[in-house]
Design a protein around this ligand. Structure first.
Ligand SMILES: C[S@@+](CC[C@H](N)C(=O)[O-])C[C@H]1O[C@@H](n2cnc3c(N)ncnc32)[C@H](O)[C@@H]1O
Length: 333
């Protein structure tokens, strides 16, 4: 059984399953008595055409509310085929924890809150996300979040970029259906023309980037976002420091990132002062990666040069990190 589930995760297995469905329907239609064939053709042409088309996540799950959709994705951890649709798999728990700090149900639940927020933000502007909405996940990792949009959007409209070939490969291997592209840490998204996307989002990515790298990507995201399109991102606010002030850096039960933050706070008490004074601080681990914090004031003035800031939510009861929603004005200044 387990071997079957493993095999069912591969795209070729899904193709075979779709062919079986098709063959089933065609042979049923052929077995109909002669007198029933003509009315079936006339009355059911649309329905039959729909049945003959391969099952997609959007077709199978479009009517679900976000809570039920999360339950389906959680069920897909053990049984990747849900309602006849092969859903994306997961890399090892180790890789999940390494990239986002938690795994499986917990990591999906965190992603689900963000997904719902992106959908609501877009819908508030007057049009819901639909099959043709073009969506870019900036820093897609192994495809944790982008799978949620399979319910609303055709896979060919889903895009993901990341600097890590290892994460992108994990996404491909586990059946992520989005268009995936590797980018350079200080590069551009030259592969996409201006105004390509309706929605761009970045979860737990700008929380790691130095200011120069942030500015590079903010301007690139502005370029590839269509006027009126939305950009939703998470950032770390001073709340991160307040919450970690009491942590013991030598506590081995802490996640490595928590230990790093605790060490950072203990060894450099000026970090907080700098953050308050300048509104932005970055503690590097590598030339283009580290821990980045910013105040709401900094975000409103600095990011406000690239986008219109719609909302800034810094509430631990709602989101682990602060969430900001932005809009590319119809005519950019
Ligand atoms: C904490 S993980 C979050 C992954 C994903 N957004 C999620 O929430 O599941 C941070 C991601 O940002 C990517 N990343 C790091 N530096 C980047 C950069 N300069 N530009 C774009 N992505 C970057 C990493 O490879 C990693 O996939």
């Amino acid at each position: 059984m387990e071997a079957f589930v493993e095999r069912a995760k591969t795209p070729s297995a899904q193709l075979v399953m779709e062919r079986f469905r098709l063959a089933d329907i065609v042979s049923t239609a052929r077995r109909l008595p002669e007198w029933a064939k003509r009315p079936a053709r006339l009355l059911g042409a649309r329905r039959i055409a729909r049945l003959l088309a391969p099952q997609t996540a959007r077709r199978a799950f479009a009517g679900l509310d976000d809570t039920t959709w999360l339950a389906v994705l959680v069920a897909s951890i053990k049984q990747p085929v849900q309602n006849g649709v092969l859903l994306p798999g997961f890399p090892s728990a180790e890789m999940q924890i390494h990239s986002v700090g938690n795994a499986y149900e917990v990591t999906l639940a965190e992603a689900a809150r963000f997904y719902s927020f992106v959908r609501q933000t877009y819908a508030t502007r007057g049009e819901p996300i639909d099959a043709r909405t073009k969506i870019l996940d900036f820093g897609v990792g192994w495809g944790r979040i982008i799978r949620f949009f399979l319910k609303d959007t055709d896979p060919e409209c889903l895009y993901g970029v990341d600097v890590s070939e290892q994460f992108l490969e994990a996404a491909r291997q586990t059946g992520c259906r989005a268009n995936l592209q590797k980018i350079e840490p200080l590069g551009s998204m030259f592969c996409y023309p201006d105004a390509t996307f309706d929605v761009v989002y970045a979860y737990s990515v700008f929380t790691h980037l130095p200011e120069a790298v942030q500015d590079r990507w903010l301007s690139e995201i502005q370029r590839v976002l269509r006027p009126g399109g939305i950009f939703v991102a998470t950032v770390e606010s001073p709340r991160l420091l307040e919450q970690r002030l009491g942590l013991d850096p030598s506590d081995e039960s802490l996640h490595p990132r928590e230990r790093r933050l605790a060490t950072m706070i203990a060894t450099d008490p000026a970090i907080r002062a700098r953050l308050i004074a300048r509104g932005f601080t970055h503690v590097p681990q590598a030339p283009t990666y580290g821990d980045t914090l910013m105040t709401e004031e900094y975000l409103r003035s600095h990011w406000g040069a690239f986008f219109e800031v719609v909302d800034f939510i810094d509430d631990a009861k709602l989101f682990v990190q602060a969430v900001v929603s932005l809009r590319r004005p119809a005519r950019h200044h």
